[in-house]
Write a protein that binds this ligand. Structure first.
Ligand code: SF4
Ligand code: SF4
Length: 448
């Protein structure tokens, strides 16, 4: 932490404000900005259906967002700054371009396809470079950050900690909308603000319909990395698919995969030339021991986009989940030599790639989302809730340790969880004024 005898650097301010990747990754941003790079890329290519929060960040906070880009350029020395948006959101450039032009910042409008927000896709679209398999944008001279993260950098530089989150609340709710909410507010409060669920048995997907998971329930809380709550009936196709047990998708995959390889042929990472072939991973369902480990190697560069399971497979099998399990097998067994062998198979961009990108409208149609295809306009900040729950782990790295006790009075922006000395992480802060009612290892609760 900074001391009282010296002015904090920009990097210190970003670290102490608890800025992390707001698009879902949760990587502590100050560490990313340690590097000197050629390209700084703002990821505004919101590609999950139904979500509008990145669009609204750029529209509602245009000046602060561009200031965040300027600060990040200053820190990274990036010669090129590019904001990537989808065609459907190209109108946000009417607002951004007059602010970016004087600074020499550029924009790139990407097709309305999925997945466009994958940093491997963005880096290639902006620079023509391919991130090495399993590597980071930094290895090809790039830093990529979500637009909300960049906004939070601007706020941090002005001394404001991350206490709010931009969230789209949509799906089976009365009035889909995008809000700025206190970190730690319950899903229940967010959904009630959107008029409540319109289904008697609501289930909630967090993050997105493709990559998001099914939440535990209405009492879960918004974290720094959740960008959307998608409410769906319990019998909706997506809920059924995403709640299938490991034994179910494994048993069915074992019995029904006919090795047609459509999952591989549609895999966006395979189409970029990376050594990933999910149909080969499906074969491992019949294997044990070393053979299973070797076959699992074909999963190691899976980005978990779900195209293979939700779009490609004609048998509605779940190669994505099999790949996730295979990656765990590799982690548990520790694989080195084989990784290098497969890296050498990288073959460059597939000639058919552009014809196999998935149009967003196809996702709406195939995933039963048309009834929920409604705008979710920005309706401002929600009023202070009666209670927030601040998780100690909202980031990649070590969990925070509470630095408040039950009964303490806290104010918005006050640090309530610190990163252990010498560890990577991001502190967490009170998002409402109130009294601490719980200060445990995993969370701090505050009641207003
Ligand atoms: S698309 Fe489905 S059936 Fe075909 S190889 Fe992949 S998992 Fe098997
Ligand atoms: S989820 Fe499927 S389609 Fe997506 S990267 Fe992984 S294997 Fe490829």
């Amino acid at each position: 932490m900074t001391t009282s005898t010296q002015n904090p650097s920009l990097s210190d301010l970003i670290r102490d404000a608890g800025v992390v990747g707001a698009g879902g990754a949760g990587f502590p941003t100050f560490r990313k900005l340690d590097a000197q790079v050629e390209h700084l890329i703002a990821n505004g290519a919101e590609c999950e259906p139904l979500l509008y929060k990145d669009r609204e960040v750029m529209l509602q906070e245009a000046e602060a967002f561009v200031e965040g880009l300027r600060i990040m350029q200053q820190l990274t020395g990036a010669a090129h700054v590019t904001v990537v948006v989808k065609e459907k959101n190209a109108d946000v450039l009417d607002v951004l371009t007059p602010l970016m032009d004087p600074l020499g910042f550029k924009s790139l409008v990407y097709r309305d396809v999925y997945p466009a927000g994958d940093e491997y896709v963005l880096v290639h679209a902006v620079t023509g470079r391919l991130i090495p398999p399993g590597g980071l944008p930094l290895q090809v001279g790039c830093v990529v950050d979500n637009v909300e993260t960049i906004l939070n950098v601007a706020h941090a530089a002005a001394g404001k900690a991350v206490t709010e989150k931009w969230v789209t609340v949509t799906g089976a709710v009365k009035s889909p909308a995008t809000y700025k909410v206190p970190v730690g507010i319950s899903f229940r409060d967010c959904i009630e603000a959107a008029g409540g669920a319109t289904t008697p048995d609501p289930m909630i997907l967090t993050g997105g319909v493709m990559m998001g998971g099914v939440a535990g329930g209405l009492d879960d809380e918004i974290t720094k990395t959740i960008g959307g709550l998608i409410v769906l009936p319990a019998d909706h196709y997506l809920i059924q698919r995403k709640t299938a047990s490991q034994s179910t998708y494994t048993r069915i995959g074992h019995g029904q995969c006919d090795q047609c390889s459509m999952c591989t042929e549609m895999c966006p990472r395979y189409l970029m030339g990376y050594p990933i072939e999910p149909h080969k991973v499906m074969r491992t369902l019949l294997m044990t021991g070393e053979a299973k480990e070797r076959g699992s190697l074909w999963a190691q560069y899976c980005c978990e986009c779900n195209i293979c399971s939700l779009i490609a497979c004609p048998e509605t099998l779940d190669p994505k989940s099999i790949c996730v399990d295979a990656k765990k097998i590799l982690r548990d067994s520790g694989t080195k030599r084989e990784k290098v062998e497969l890296e050498s198979l990288t073959r460059g961009i597939h000639p058919g790639r552009s014809g196999r990108e998935i149009p967003i409208k196809t996702l709406y149609q195939r995933l039963g989302l048309r009834p929920y295809d409604k705008k979710a306009p920005y309706l401002g900040s929600l009023p202070q809730p009666a209670k927030v729950v601040i998780p100690m782990q909202q980031h990649i790295g070590a969990p925070c340790v509470p630095c408040v006790a039950v009964g303490d009075r806290v104010r918005v922006g006050q640090c309530v969880g610190k990163v252990p000395d010498g560890q990577l992480g991001a502190p967490v802060h009170a998002s409402i004024d109130g009294t601490v009612t719980e200060a445990g290892e995993t969370r701090v609760s505050i009641e207003g």
